[in-house]
Design a protein around this ligand. Structure first.
Ligand code: PHB
Ligand code: FE
Length: 332
């Protein structure tokens, strides 16, 4: 990687020169990050942790692309981030009962820009040529081994975020072969016809419709919700899933899931402790509301289409903390 291509030239990013495997080491407050051929190593004043470089890069990719997302992004049962929308906690063991009881957990708070710049720099330096952290395992190369070039095109993709709806003039475009989005191998049978729209005269710019299944069949990434329609705080964020959600998401609001095709298995745990709460197997047509006080990770045996329906209101986390909004949308 040349220094001109590297976001690590950001002056707030602290890093040292390449190690014996060619990778830089990064420091963020009391945390240090280094990688070798197989693993990411994270150290903090009271402990250290090791995880597969593949799992680490996939989780880091989501955290960066989603701007630290809603609530908590657990990379695994030990490390992760908690978004306070403006500043972000980086933690180790904070949401792990055993670390808490042993008082070995650690967390530090950083301005959004500082942690983002450091995470982008790590991602850029540690992602090798031919490896795409967003891709399904069978659709990308290997993240392992000595440093081998980079893959800046894959890691700087912009997330689809419609301001009204995909396909509306001036908004996010539809996908086609011409836009570089061929139909995925797993969705070869998905019809590609588009709806006929017949607006009354004068409403031509106001009425739009598109084939969401065709749109999703052409997604080149996995576990990456796109905002395809927006109605005030109501956000439709469908995504295509294959293999394992690379993060364990700690919700800070209720999320609705609509299984649009195939099947996903969810492991649902207590958000604070990680204690198991439910296993949910969702088949095509199933709808679930995931509570605001859980964390979850999805397993998708075959590429599947999932609609994640979010309430994007900035007020929700505080309302839930104060008991003004419920943790579940329905009570039985
Ligand atoms: C979620 O945490 O709710 C989530 C995240 C990414 C996905 C699907 C669901 O692709
Ligand atoms: Fe979630």
């Amino acid at each position: 990687m040349t220094d001109t291509a590297a976001p690590a030239t950001d002056p707030t990013v602290e890093s040292t020169g390449p190690n014996e495997h060619g990778y830089r080491t990064f420091r963020l407050g009391g945390f240090t990050f280094h990688r070798d051929e197989h693993f990411a190593h994270v150290e903090w004043p009271t402990g250290r942790h090791v995880l597969s470089i593949e799992a680490f890069l996939k989780a880091l990719m989501r955290d960066v692309a989603w701007n630290f997302f809603y609530g908590i992004v657990n990379f695994d049962a030990v490390i992760g981030t908690m978004n306070h929308y403006g500043n972000v906690d980086l933690f180790a063991g904070r949401y792990n009962d055993a670390y808490r009881k042993a008082e070995l957990d650690h967390q530090e708070n950083f301005p959004h820009e500082q942690i983002m710049a450091t995470f982008k720099a790590i991602l850029a330096d540690w992602t090798n040529d031919g490896y795409d952290p967003f891709a399904a395992p069978q659709e990308t190369g290997s993240p392992f081994g000595e440093k081998r070039g980079d893959n800046l095109a894959a890691i700087t993709r912009t997330r689809v975020t419609a301001s009204r709806m995909v396909g509306v003039p001036g908004d996010e475009p539809l996908r086609s072969d011409a836009t570089g989005h061929p139909i995925n191998r797993m969705f070869a049978d998905v019809p590609q016809d588009e709806p006929t729209v017949e607006p009354a005269p004068g409403y031509e710019g106001e009425v739009a419709a598109f084939n969401l299944y065709a749109y999703l069949s052409r997604s080149d990434v996995t576990w990456n919700p796109s905002v395809v329609s927006v109605c005030r705080d109501s956000l439709y964020c469908p995504t295509t899933e294959e293999f394992i959600l690379p993060i364990i998401h700690g919700n800070d609001r209720v999320e609705w899931f609509v299984q649009l095709s195939d099947e996903i298995h969810w492991k649902v745990e207590d958000r604070e402790t990680g204690e198991p709460r439910a296993n949910v197997v969702m088949k095509a047509g199933d709808v679930a509301a995931m509570p605001a006080d859980i964390r979850h990770q999805g397993y998708s045996p075959k590429r599947a289409m999932l609609l994640v329906w979010e309430n994007g209101s900035a007020e929700l986390p505080d309302m839930i903390a104060q008991g003004k909004a419920p943790k579940t949308p329905v009570e039985f």
